[in-house]
Design a protein around this ligand. Structure first.
Ligand SMILES: *Cc1c(COP(=O)(O)O)cnc(C)c1O
Length: 478
């Protein structure tokens, strides 16, 4: 399988060539040159596969430059009941992503947050860790991942890369601004390839440092600086798998249709759902849910994509969806405009100049219904009401992001098909809002009791790029 850029760059790399990078050299995002089509016979055969076997079957269609035996080993090692051991429903861990019915046949949760950091980002990041180690070793290379996090992404990256050969992680976080649980998750890691740096500033300061360091081409090359951000194609590819698994879990036959409702920020998760649907999975509807940061809901309702300025971003109680622009959205728009890179390049020229684009009245907007999207938004008050409601009606404690999904799913309904809401995190990560909604502490896996009392390893530093470069250089050269 060859890959292309949404902005039209001609060279056609393969999967391993783009695995370790970010944007394509022309500023676009990578996508496969075509979406592999799944036959009815394949769907029938896949229905009973384990998660690891299903991952292998699907990823084989996108990854043709790793020998099948090796890819199988990587999938087997990634998707084990041991890694995804925080399932709340009995022996469901073996399923990796169990379907939990709230209203049988009508409304379900797809549990995606049973991995080490209790958020769905583990699903893709754990695969990335094993792929990185494999490819780096094969090429005799090493990589120093530099990132900034406000919580979920950084911890998922660290738990995926800990102890991996050839990889170090330097993760910047805003000092004193994450929850005690999130800090403990990251800073308690003692692996000598993981470096936590708490920057005395905000998330944006941390982000600016990452940009400044990455723009220093000489430093970047000398120290093999890389990233694991949400535009990484391998992360999207890994996420396609659970749409299939969730579909099989929620249906009895491949004649049925399902709607998925996806709490969304950067459009990575739901982009994988879009691709699964393009491959032929019977997804009747893709319902996108946002919080108060509703740039995507606005697009699907109006046809206008208007990224916000960073200062316009609302700080909400579903913080992992607090985005001003959706970094993966360009992938969907590429398909929407008939895969014409010239149109995408023109639209993003407007976006990158700080503007917006408006597809109303274009043939592209007229095609939107073919893609099966619906959307809605949720607010803090909705979130609290939905968490209370879920607890009272179904005895289920849901996290704040999942609550945004459930709220929008109930609003839209699936008509005659079941709606499966993607559960993107466990409530333990967002205790403050759970206390506000329910007046009690969130449930947490017993193994993580006392996490906050473990010794922590973190460097507190001023938000200065030169100082951070010095820190990286010292630890890489050592
Ligand atoms: C990252 C994240 C999201 C948003 O996912 P996108 O792929 O950015 O749309 C939603 N919920 C949680 C808990 C997350 O960590």
């Amino acid at each position: 399988m060859k890959y292309l850029s949404t902005r039209g760059l001609p060279p056609q790399p393969e999967f391993c060539d783009i695995l370790l990078g970010g944007l394509a050299p022309d500023g676009g995002l990578y996508l496969p040159e075509r979406y592999p089509q799944v036959t009815r016979a394949e769907l029938d055969a896949w229905r009973s596969l384990s998660y690891a076997d299903l991952a292998f079957a699907i990823l084989s269609k996108f990854i043709t430059d790793i020998p099948p035996g090796d890819l199988k080993t990587i999938c087997d090692k990634t998707y084990t009941a041991e890694v995804y051991r925080f399932a709340r429903s009995g022996d469901a861990a073996a399923d990796i992503t169990p379907v939990h019915w709230l209203e049988p046949g009508r409304l379900a949760l797809l549990e995606l947050s049973n991995g080490p950091t209790l958020a769905f980002k583990d699903m893709a990041m754990q695969l990335l860790g094993n792929l990185f180690e494999y490819v780096l070793e094969r090429r005799g290379q090493h990589l120093n991942i530099l990132g900034a996090t406000s919580g979920d992404t950084g911890s998922a990256a660290e738990y995926a890369m800990r102890g991996k050969h050839g990889v170090r992680v330097f993760m910047l976080s805003p000092h004193g601004r994450m929850s005690a649980f999130q800090r403990a998750q990251m800073y308690s890691l003692q692996d000598n390839n993981i470096f936590n740096i708490a920057v005395t500033g905000m998330f944006d300061d941390a982000q600016d440092i990452v940009k400044a360091v990455s723009n220093d081409a000489a430093f970047k090359a000398k120290y093999a600086i890389g990233a694991v951000n949400s535009i990484n194609w391998a992360r999207v590819a890994a996420q396609i798998v659970y749409y299939f698994k969730g579909y099989f879990g929620a249906t009895r036959s491949n004649d049925e249709q399902v709607a998925f409702c996806v709490p969304s920020g950067n459009f990575g998760n739901i982009c994988a759902g879009h691709i699964a649907r393009q491959m032929g999975l019977p997804i009747g509807r893709l319902i996108l849910a946002t919080n108060e940061n509703d740039v995507l809901d606005e697009f699907f309702r109006s046809g206008v994509y208007r990224p916000r300025r960073a200062a316009e971003t609302h700080v909400t109680s579903s913080p992992s969806m607090d985005i001003s622009k959706a970094s993966n959205f360009e992938r969907f728009v590429f398909d929407l405009v008939g895969r014409d890179p010239a149109v995408v390049a023109e639209l993003w020229k407007q976006v990158e100049a700080g503007g917006a684009f408006d597809l109303r009245g274009t043939p592209h907007f007229a095609r939107l219904p073919e893609f099966g999207f619906a959307s809605g938004r949720s607010t803090h008050a909705d979130r609290l009401a939905t968490i209370r409601d879920a607890w009272a009606r179904w005895g289920v404690m849901i996290d704040t992001h999942t609550a945004d999904g459930v709220k929008v799913a109930l609003e839209h309904g699936g008509g005659d098909m079941p709606v499966v809401v993607l559960e993107t995190a466990q409530p333990a990560k967002f205790a403050e809002t759970i206390r506000e909604a329910l007046g009690r502490e969130p449930e947490r896996p017993a193994e993580l009791d006392g996490l906050e009392t473990l010794p922590q390893r973190v460097e507190v530093m001023a938000p200065e790029a030169e100082a951070i470069k010095g820190f990286i250089a010292r630890h890489v050269d050592a």
